[in-house]
Design a protein around this ligand. Sequence first.
Ligand SMILES: Cc1ncc(COP(=O)(O)O)c(C=O)c1O
Length: 475
Amino acid sequence: MTTSSAAPVVSTPSNGASSRPTSILHRTPWIPPVAVSAKGSYIELESGQKLFDAVGGAAVACVGMQHPSVNKALKEQVDRVPYVYNMQLSNQPAEELAKFLTESSNGAFELVGYAAGGSEAMEGVIKLARQYFHETGQPQRTNFIARQLSFHGNTVATLSLAYHPLRRAPYASILDETHFHHVSPAYAKRFKKPDESEEQYVERLRAELEAKFIELGTETVIGFVAETVVGATTGVVPAPKGYFRAMKSVCDKYGALFILDEVMSGMGRMGTMHAWESFGDGVAPDIQGVAKGLGGGYASIGAVLMSKRIASGLRGASGLWKHGHTYQGNPLSCAAALAVQKVIVSENLLENCRIQGAYLEKLLKERLQSPNSPAAPFTFDIRGGGGFWGIEFDFDGPEAAGLDFRGGQFAMLLQAHALENGLVIMGMTGGASLQGNKGDVILLAPAYNVTAQEVEKIVQMFGDSVEAVLEAHRV
Ligand SMILES: Cc1ncc(COP(=O)(O)O)c(C=O)c1O
């Protein structure tokens, strides 16, 4: 790929809104267009343009917008009890949702703590894990081990826990490097050595984790934390078979906790209620964070799921969760989440998610990787499961000499082009190297009730966008 010194192409979707006035300090280098209505997976903009959301916002909208059952539950809860403070009162939907989350876990989880989103949930996970050892006679356990190229949230502690060099760069000097440590990602397509079998790769990663335990002092480690399927850094990367069993064996050997972050990949996203059931060797964690698919975008909610080990430990000590926030267990959020979960069960959406996910994979591969596809030389990997798919592009091959992105990044150019043309997707860069400076991935995460026709529409619009962006940058 040639690089040019011409002015960089800003990956800015126009949608007729880029220059409107705003008093919001937005997170994007462009001013995002305003949504005025949404139904199912369709979103209408102020301009009248209709978009199809193929990524559920940020892998959140799992039953689509305006589902009648969820709307009804929310409206009824507003009229009943919109708010109570959890240090004074509990509420019916919070109690019922916790019962649902524990009873549906086949014994994996015994107690639930609430949060207002994914970062809050993972912050709660960190504090719960520390509280557990503080109260059960092992106060010397102060170290967490997580992975490079991971994401666990945007608070200072969760940024410390996770590792993505570019995302943490502005805050690096205030992040905690004393208690948070990192080992290699489990990303075979990029980091497995060519002469290594999958088993040997898993063993290398297991040995690295054990060496890190030993380096820190095995009795000082609180736990190992990982996303079951990595989402917002490397872009939908499941671990090799046997990886989670191997990592848990190290935690078990030294009495530490095995902790999963299923904020993005959990609550049905992988086609099973918990991602570890299908993509984590069936190994249940001691503690798990969930969020996005829990409330499906109807309310801001996350949760911390606690195993019997944690529950028994705390019951035998303080008997309470010392961590809290004002909106924990908010009645509106819990009513929305409970309704979303009931929809997933009553409409058999996990099965639909698996069926349509497999169809999406098939169509994506046909469109992007068939020998005569213009995208084939650059489509490095199509991976995922259930309703969570990553399409990774690569421009290291000889064909890339004929392209010039003029300072832009392909994934972001593609995201912008797709949005302009009515398809919402999520572009991500920097997940293909430990330095965070290489890699173009697109995330797709349609609603679990996506139809076959909608899958075809996604692939048609996505394929067209890929080809158009490549064509526009040929030299
Ligand atoms: C794995 C993971 N953990 C935590 C978070 C943070 O969640 P939130 O953005 O709701 O704070 C995210 C968000 O994408 C995530 O993917």
